[in-house]
Every structure is written in structure tokens, then in C-alpha cells.
Design a protein around this ligand. Structure first.
Ligand code: SAH
Length: 222
């Protein structure tokens, strides 16, 4: 390619743009910064090679160890509920593939992400390094106890479903701050958006969802 020329779009690029149009914009995701982040982040790099052709489909995908990467629309919806403006410190519980952390990292100042399964964290870190997403730090731990040393967090994103919002996360949420989490039983949950403002906590439900289990001290027992 000569100077000033750009490479032709790949099948992944075409599928990603279709995902933006048909799964996000068509369903009312209208935050331009979120759409741009989802245009930028190569979702196919976060799934196993055998799954890459399906990476931009309108469904969750297996990522190994019995876990899943969320459907693109749910990633966008949860991200929108955090109301990020670029300056925030965000805590994510459930790194999984690393895809959602990657999206958030383009929209805030720093992401702290916690995952309980060792092998998943290692793989996600490799992708963050490859993409040079240097504002994401990760650790292996039970995320239901939060990350006390780095609290408070302006935003907290829980990407696994639990019976209730873990108390330590509410404590570690900044004021003002927003937390998004699927809450319910192990078959179905509602996506709850918690807002802390002037010491007052309000909870709103935005969608019916189905996530893998949040397992830990303040989640489901192992
Ligand atoms: N955000 C992820 C979604 C992964 S699925 C992505 O974009 O791919 C949810 C993840 O939460 C799983 O990987 C699961 O192992 C993890 N998880 C469940 N309970 C956890 C806990 N207590 N602490 C940290 N991670 C947990």
C-alpha cells in the first residue's frame, strides 16, 4: 500500500460494521462514543480461533472453562448504563475474554478487572498487550470482595449474575458513582443499575438477561 492509501476492509471489519448497524443502532444504542469503541475493538481477537467467524454474531459465545463472552448488544447496554465521560476509574468483576474490559478502557481513564479463573486472565492479558491497551490492570481473585486497595471506583461493572449486589462493591462505589450488575437466580436475572449520589442509593432495572454465575463470598457458593 502506498502513502495515503488504506487497506481494504477485512471480513471481520465488514461483520463488525454490520454488528454496529443491525444489533446496536437498530436497537437504540445511540451513544456515539460507545459505537466508536465497539467499531474500534477487534472482538474476534477475544475469542478462540475456531469461534472467530462467529465473533460478530448476535449471541454470546463460549470462551472456555464453561464461561461466555456476552452478546454485543448487552455489552453496549451495560456500558451505556455506566454513563462514562472519560475520566473514571472503573472496576470490572469477571474479566472472561477481556472484551468488555477492552471496550470500557476506550471510554474511561483506567480499568481494574478481576477474574477468578486463572487461564482466562492469562489469555485476556495477551490480547490487551497485543492491542496496547495499557490502561487495564487485572488480577486473579474473588471479585465479589472488590479491590479495596484501589477503591473508590466511579463505575463498577459486574459481568456475572448473582443473588444480590455484593456489599463490598457498594462500599467501594464512589459518590457519585454507578454500578451495573445482573441480579436474580441462576436461570434468569434482571440487569440492575445502581446509582450512589449524596449518600443515597437508587436501583433501576433495565433488561431481563441471562449470565453465567457470579461465584464467591458474596455470590453463589462454588
Ligand atoms: N466480561 C466478560 C464476560 C465473562 S463471563 C467478557 O467480556 O468476556 C463472566 C466471568 O465472570 C467468567 O469468566 C467467570 O469466571 C467470572 N466470575 C464469576 N465469578 C467471579 C468472581 N467472584 N470474581 C471474578 N470473576 C468471576
Amino acid at each position: 500500500m502506498g502513502r495515503g492509501q488504506v487497506s481494504p476492509p477485512s471480513t471481520f471489519d465488514i461483520n463488525r460494521e454490520r454488528m454496529i448497524e443491525e444489533q446496536l443502532i437498530a436497537r437504540g444504542i445511540n451513544d456515539q462514543k460507545i459505537l466508536d469503541a465497539m467499531r474500534l475493538v477487534p472482538r474476534h481477537l477475544f475469542v478462540e480461533d475456531a469461534m472467530q467467524a462467529h465473533a460478530y454474531g448476535d449471541f454470546p459465545l463460549p470462551i472456555g472453562s464453561g464461561q461466555t463472552i456476552s452478546q454485543p448488544y448487552i455489552v453496549a447496554l451495560m456500558t451505556m448504563a455506566l454513563h462514562l465521560n472519560g475520566s473514571e476509574k472503573v472496576l470490572e468483576i469477571g474479566t472472561g475474554s477481556g472484551y468488555h474490559a477492552a471496550i470500557i478502557s476506550r471510554l474511561c481513564s483506567k480499568v481494574f478487572t478481576v477474574e477468578r479463573i486463572d487461564g482466562l486472565v492469562g489469555r485476556a492479558r495477551k490480547v490487551f498487550d497485543r492491542l496496547r491497551y495499557h490502561n487495564i490492570v487485572s488480577r486473579i481473585d474473588d471479585g465479589t470482595v472488590g479491590w479495596p486497595a484501589e477503591a473508590p471506583f466511579d463505575g463498577i461493572l459486574v459481568t456475572a449474575g448473582g443473588p444480590r449486589i455484593p456489599e463490598p462493591l457498594l462500599t467501594q462505589l464512589a459518590d457519585p458513582g454507578r454500578l451495573v450488575m445482573p441480579v436474580g437466580n441462576q436461570d434468569a436475572q434482571e440487569l440492575q443499575v445502581v446509582e450512589k449520589r449524596d449518600g443515597v442509593i437508587t436501583v433501576q432495572t433495565i433488561e431481563q438477561v441471562r449470565f453465567v454465575d457470579l461465584i464467591g463470598a458474596y455470590g453463589w457458593p462454588n
